[in-house]
Design a protein. Structure first.
Length: 187
């Protein structure tokens, strides 16, 4: 959704503003003026005033993230995003971490990602991973040296739940995310 990717036509979310890209319960909000938050800023990197924004509402992408150059190229106005988003908040859901495991029943909890395997143009995603295998809603055993793969558009649409276990230590505040299906490879 960054303006530079839009005008260069180098995004798997090309012209996606107004399009449903997540399930309807997904809400992404930017709150750049949160007191004492790590990514708070009154102005973006170009001196444009930042403002609260709804990036995704009910699963629908609502805006592009534009600095002044990208805005001019797209014949739009800057959204105050030179340097990126500030305090992106993914609306938490009802399940805590243990509740997400029970809801998942069987699958993989990813705790570590290895390498870089994301194609921003096609949305193809393939990364090395480690974590825990879950059976009957409980952690069964650790796993390592596996690969997880999918396409970001499909992964976004297949989000089943977002946890209430929100991590506030960075510029993105989100709980654990439960994706219904991905490809997993390894021994």
């Amino acid at each position: 959704m960054r303006g530079g990717a839009q005008y260069r036509q180098a995004s798997f979310l090309l012209a996606a503003a107004g399009e449903r890209i997540f399930p309807d319960f997904v809400q992404l909000s930017e709150r750049p003026h949160l007191r004492k938050a790590l990514a708070s800023a009154a102005f973006d990197n170009e001196g444009v005033a930042t403002r609260d924004a709804e990036i995704v509402e009910r699963g629908v992408a609502t805006t592009y993230l534009l600095d002044s150059y990208a805005a001019r190229k797209l014949k739009l106005k800057s959204t105050g995003h030179a340097g990126g988003v500030r305090n992106l908040i993914v609306m938490p859901g009802e399940y805590d971490y243990a509740g997400l495991l029970r809801h998942m029943r069987s699958g993989l909890v990813v705790t570590e990602l290895i390498g870089q395997g994301v194609n921003a143009v096609t949305g193809d995603y393939s990364r090395g991973a480690a974590g825990f295998w879950v059976e009957h809603g409980e952690i069964a055993y650790p796993v390592e040296e596996i690969t997880i793969a999918g396409n970001l558009r499909d992964m976004y649409k297949n989000i089943m739940a977002i946890g209430s276990d929100v991590d506030v230590r960075g510029g993105i505040r989100t709980g654990s995310i439960l994706v219904s299906k991905m490809t997993i490879a390894g021994e």
